[in-house]
Design a binder for this molecule. Structure first.
Ligand SMILES: [Mg+2]
Length: 341
């Protein structure tokens, strides 16, 4: 390790398509996240950038319009939504032209119709499947129709049930509100079945994006370990966790083996900066990232060298904690690491 000179590479090196989550990555509420717009525009000069959203209430065009207002250059075809991924699953489950019970709004209806299905709102129309996504106007009547249509399970001759996503909550202008997962759960309570799910962390939405952009070396950028990073890992796509959204240092330190990102970034400027390599001491008790070193001794996680930047301390701490195979609750982690930022 010492004296070895390798050219440090950025997270974007070798990447042909960047797939970016929206909330917590590009914007929070109405406002763009600092450095996100410039960094994504700069990436888009040489790499295809696509945007991925679990939110089923907006069409790809309305998402593209919003991102364009924020200063990105985005066409509707650059946006992959969970309704698009859900309709891909639907096409595997129901014959073309068949009638589909849609629980959801315009974004979902639009995609179901574009794929050549007939939309119904009533279980009495003998639908071939139920597809369910969030829309603010979904109420008891729609959930009841879905429940009637899904009364038998698949083994008992019942029809398929596809959900765009199962996010428990949805962020809206006035705060956090129940999301599609909550509404799916209401139907589940009535029928005792579970849907096939298209959105993150399931892989259908990643497959839809990789196919659409013909990605061979995609990189996913997200802010949540339990959807973005878990889903990327399931789909075999390297991932960036950017700490501008939901998950912070304490969460990534505690990430389970299925939900660990390839890269940890403080903000999206670091997409364009060299990402230092991690090295381990021979006894694998110390991890070093660009001079920042963290070791585990007994149950204590200790900073042994500050290095040149706080984010490298967090990266080194993650590396040594993850490599230890030990659960985070058995370790004493300095507050400085858990509160990074
Ligand atoms: Mg997000």
């Amino acid at each position: 390790m010492f004296g070895r000179k390798t050219k440090a590479v950025t997270p974007l090196d070798g990447v042909d398509v960047v797939l970016a989550d929206l909330d917590g990555v590009v914007y929070t509420g109405p406002a763009a996240i600092p450095f996100a717009i410039d960094s994504l525009n700069r990436a888009a000069e040489s790499i295809r950038v696509g945007y991925i959203t679990n939110n089923a209430s907006r069409t790809d065009q309305s998402v593209a319009d919003h991102l364009t207002e924020l200063g990105l250059t985005v066409a509707a075809t650059d946006v992959v939504t969970s309704p698009q991924a859900a309709v891909r699953l639907l096409a595997e489950q129901a014959a073309p032209g068949s009638s589909i019970l849609v629980v959801g709004g315009d974004g979902l209806v639009d995609e179901v119709q574009k794929a050549g299905f007939v939309v119904t709102r009533s279980a009495l129309d003998d639908p071939a499947a139920v597809i369910q996504g969030f829309a603010p106007e979904v109420g008891w009547t729609e959930l009841a129709e879905a429940s009637f249509a899904l009364a038998s399970d698949v083994e008992g001759g019942g029809i398929p049930w596809i959900a765009t996503n199962t996010d428990w909550t949805i962020p809206v202008a006035r705060g956090i509100a129940p999301g599609n997962g909550t509404l799916v759960s209401a139907v589940h309570s009535a029928v005792g079945r579970l849907p096939i799910v298209a959105g993150k962390p399931e892989i259908a939405i990643f497959t839809e994006a990789v196919n659409r952009f013909q990605a061979r070396h995609a990189l996913f950028v997200g802010d949540r370990l339990d959807t973005d990073i878990l889903g990327s890992n399931r789909a075999g796509i390297p991932s960036v966790l950017v700490l501008t959204g939901v998950d912070k240092a304490k969460h990534v330190l505690a990430a389970d083996a299925d939900s660990r990102p390839t890269f940890i970034l403080g903000d999206l400027r670091e997409l364009h900066e060299p990402y230092p390599e991690t090295s381990f001491s021979r006894d694998r008790t110390t991890a070093t990232v660009a001079g920042a070193a963290v070791r585990i001794r007994g149950n204590d996680v200790e900073i042994t060298a500050e290095g040149d930047g706080a984010i490298n301390l967090l990266r080194a701490a993650c590396a040594i904690i993850w490599a230890s195979g030990r659960p985070i609750y058995g370790l004493k982690v300095p507050e400085r690491l858990t509160l990074w930022r």
